[in-house]
Write a protein that binds this ligand. Structure first.
Ligand code: ATP
Ligand code: MG
Length: 416
């Protein structure tokens, strides 16, 4: 017996309707916010992520599925969607389109992490990436889209926002952070000691308990924002308030990518354990330039679908019912089964979900099976029905039986 790889999950036939519900909701939100879907490959050149995500991040340092292909190239399974979306945007010349270019994706992601509740090695994200709009109104729109998505799914989360500034204010803040962390370095993990030199902001995002404790009293970025960044943040907060979106400012949020600027945000739940962030995002005005293109502001978010489903299940959120066939057509003997098969083919060609037997069940067993399927109607074809060209259709909820001419079945089934 070959088992599923650690940290991955099957979606069973009885569960896939939940995924479809979340995905359909995502597509519906994307539609009303006027975003277009993009699809990028599951693997990319490794360099896209080392540059795009940043080599001081956990994702790049520890979590990437990187391998050499048979041509000796280093490729990596996508750990997130933003870098690929930015590459797609640059490579396809979308910078010459009218701005902003508003995109979304639903994609598997791969990270070599220690599997636990809400943390998998293959997981899925619904994400949005919007290129070419600098205004805080764009930030508000993206947050509203994420919020509307979560609201439609009936999950309750709290929104935490922060601004991590731009190059100008970050330099001053980094200096303040170094000053603060310098005397504590001995008590921090090796990764944080490396971050200290390269990108001290990342030290706020460390998952090690000792580091978290030290980071808790670090200076807050919000006290170091330049006038432009402070105005941007104030504008966003006003707009969120005007739209009735509740939020708190959490100056500890820095997010996973290196090239985030200004706004960052997370939607967090307490109902799914330690991995409580179901959706995270932010502005990344430096990414396109970092990838070799002309500078262009951009902003996005990604929501983890497994964590969302976990949250929905833990909080008994309402899923719509799974689809069921409308009718089961049972046949008494071989000749009748052949007629049942024909009837089902006809109904399906008309767009009606219909089922019949392929396992040689008795009529009684076919009824039982039809009941399990949850069909609304069962039709039985026996010798009499073959002779008369009329079949009896039973309404499974009322028990009522109606004789219907074969030619009229479709009309009968669609009359209500
Ligand atoms: P965390 O702090 O939980 O590790 P992250 O900052 O690494 O999150 P992002 O890169 O922002 O996460 O990814 C966006 C979303 O994708 C997360 O909020 C989460 O819902 C989901 N996600 C990230 N990593 C995993 C994983 N290993 N398994 C399942 N979902 C994940
Ligand atoms: Mg992570």
């Amino acid at each position: 017996m070959i088992n599923i790889p650690k940290g991955t999950k099957d979606v069973l036939p009885s569960q896939s309707y939940k995924w479809q519900y979340v995905e359909n909701t995502a597509r519906e939100v994307a539609r009303v916010f006027n975003l277009k879907e993009i699809r990028t490959p599951v693997f990319e050149h490794t360099e896209l992520f080392t540059r795009g995500v940043g080599d001081t991040t956990d994702v790049v340092n520890k979590e990437m599925y990187t391998f050499e292909d048979k041509g000796g190239r280093s490729v990596t399974l996508k750990p997130e969607g933003t870098a690929g979306a930015a590459r797609l945007f640059i490579e396809n010349g979308l910078a010459s389109s009218p701005m902003p270019v508003k995109t979304y994706y639903i994609t598997p992601c791969f990270r070599y992490e220690r599997p636990q509740a809400g943390r998998l090695r293959e997981f899925h994200q619904f994400g949005m990436e919007i290129f070419g709009a600098e205004s805080f109104t764009q930030d508000a729109e993206v947050i509203l889209a994420a919020s509307s998505f979560l609201e439609k799914l009936g999950v309750r989360t709290r929104l935490e926002i922060n601004s991590i500034g731009c190059k100008t204010c970050r330099a001053e803040y980094n200096a303040a952070l170094r000053k603060y962390f310098a005397p504590h370095l001995d008590g921090m993990c090796p990764a944080c000691r490396a971050r200290f030199g390269k990108n001290p902001l990342r030290m706020l995002d460390c998952k090690e308990e000792a580091c978290k404790k030290i980071a808790a009293a670090a200076p807050a970025i919000t006290d170091y924002l330049c006038a432009d960044c402070a105005d941007h943040f104030a504008g966003l907060k006003n707009l969120l308030t005007a739209q009735g979106v509740e939020y708190t400012v959490n100056p500890r949020i820095v997010r996973g990518l290196d090239y985030y600027t200004k706004t960052v945000f997370e939607f967090v739940s307490d109902a799914i354990g330690a991995q409580g962030t179901v959706c995270g995002g932010g502005r990344y005005d430096g990414l396109l330039e970092e990838l070799g293109a002309s500078p262009l502001p951009a902003i996005g978010f990604a929501a983890g679908i497994e964590r969302l489903l976990l949250l929905m299940e833990n909080t008994s959120a309402a899923f719509p019912e799974d689809g069921k066939p409308l009718i089961y057509v049972a046949g008494l003997d071989d000749a009748c089964r052949a007629e049942a098969f024909k009837t089902v083919c006809f109904l399906r060609s008309k767009g009606i979900a219909a089922e019949t037997d392929h396992t040689g069940r008795s009529v009684k067993a076919q009824f039982k099976y039809a009941d399990k399927l949850g069909v609304k109607f069962v039709a039985v074809i026996g010798g009499d029905e073959l002779a008369s060209g009329e079949i009896k259709i039973k309404n499974m909820s009322s028990g009522e039986q109606t004789a219907v001419k074969c030619a009229d079945i479709y009309a009968y089934l669609t009359k209500e």
